[in-house]
Design a binder for this molecule. Sequence first.
Ligand SMILES: [Zn+2]
Length: 124
Amino acid sequence: MQQIVHTIIEEARRYKAKEVSKVILQIGELTFLGEEQLKFAFDILKEDTIMENAELVIEKIKAEVKCECGYQGGIEYGLKEEFHLMFPILKCPRCGKEVEIVRGRECLIKSVEMEIEENVAVEG
Ligand SMILES: [Zn+2]
């Protein structure tokens, strides 16, 4: 998250933005980054920066895998009894071999909205 915030601030500087108002991130489901966790980190990192008032929107990207048998699609989840949590099974649901991850590990900045004009009237 630190790197993402850093990148956004650099972008904002490049465009001479006055303020960053909204950030949309795309997070793959295999990154295991929790939304709450990310928002929490974002709120801390944005303090005293150009993006202090920015809103964070997180879009999840579904995982997709492919297998040498020709299968391509979503993954299955299993339940880890001892932890009571779901974890992804990186095996082909068709033949059981190990699969290659096509999508789901990304952590991308989809868009950044910023105020650029010098004379924006802000009421209230
Ligand atoms: Zn397969």
